[in-house]
Ligand binder design. Structure first.
Ligand SMILES: Cc1cc2nc3c(=O)[nH]c(=O)nc-3n(C[C@H](O)[C@H](O)[C@H](O)COP(=O)(O)O)c2cc1C
Length: 204
């Protein structure tokens, strides 16, 4: 029996932050989602992820506890998001380390992040991985192909310089809002491309 539209539950999005540099992407994503009442956030931060949130933003595990509706420890493999029967719209891993990428590519579900990603893929839900490494070795590239073949979306945070980027903040926002596009969340804050003529009298 499904619920009526009036009592439609909030959509759930799993957000994970792993130990690659760029924890700002996951943090900004949570900030944006906090303003969307229809969305419920479920956060897992890996041990190395906390090293980076501390190094880059001075935030430890206790500070991160307030950033989402539900927060899990990465060792809690019995949590709700470890099961496909717990309904979610999918998962974003931002940033994704090459280690977590490798684990997801090989269904090596050794913690709650890799298990939740495994579940999202097996349930054919949306998985977006903001992979962060440069340059890439062949294993990284092969793992990205494997995730893509399973239906995951590999989304490296490549700057969109065409989008009127003035600051690092603009750059982060653009990437985060483009990721949310993939979940049907279309923000009017995103500067969308209107063609080269836009703003120049449409002379082209
Ligand atoms: C300051 C710092 C920056 C790092 N940046 C990256 C990175 O950009 N990409 C990456 O794949 N690993 C990076 N690492 C290494 C990962 O944190 C490490 O491989 C870790 O085991 C990943 O574990 P996790 O995926 O469970 O978070 C970084 C580590 C530190 C301490």
């Amino acid at each position: 029996m499904s619920s009526s539209p009036a009592e439609q539950p909030r959509q759930r999005l799993i957000v994970a932050i792993t130990g690659a540099t760029g924890s700002i992407y996951g943090l900004r994503l949570l900030e944006v989602l906090r303003d969307l009442p229809d969305w419920e956030t479920h956060l897992v931060v890996s041990e190395a992820g906390v090293l980076n949130t501390m190094h880059e933003h001075g935030l430890g595990r206790k500070d991160l506890a307030n950033l989402a509706d539900v927060v899990y420890h990465p060792g809690d493999v019995g949590a709700a998001i470890a099961s496909g029967s717990f309904l979610t719209a999918g998962m974003v891993i931002a940033p994704t380390s090459m280690k977590t990428l490798a684990a997801v590519a090989h269904a090596y579900a050794d913690n709650l992040i890799t298990r939740a990603a495994d579940v999202v893929l097996k349930e054919r839900r949306r998985l977006v991985m903001l992979t962060r490494e440069a340059p890439l070795n062949l294993a990284h590239l092969r793992n990205m192909v494997a995730v893509t073949e399973m239906g995951g979306i590999v989304f490296p945070p490549v700057p969109a310089f065409y989008a009127g980027i003035q600051s690092v903040d603009d750059l982060v926002n653009h990437t985060v809002l483009r990721m949310l596009d993939l979940f049907g969340i279309h923000s009017d804050r995103l500067k969308r491309w209107k063609g080269l003529g836009a703003g120049r009298g449409q002379e082209r």
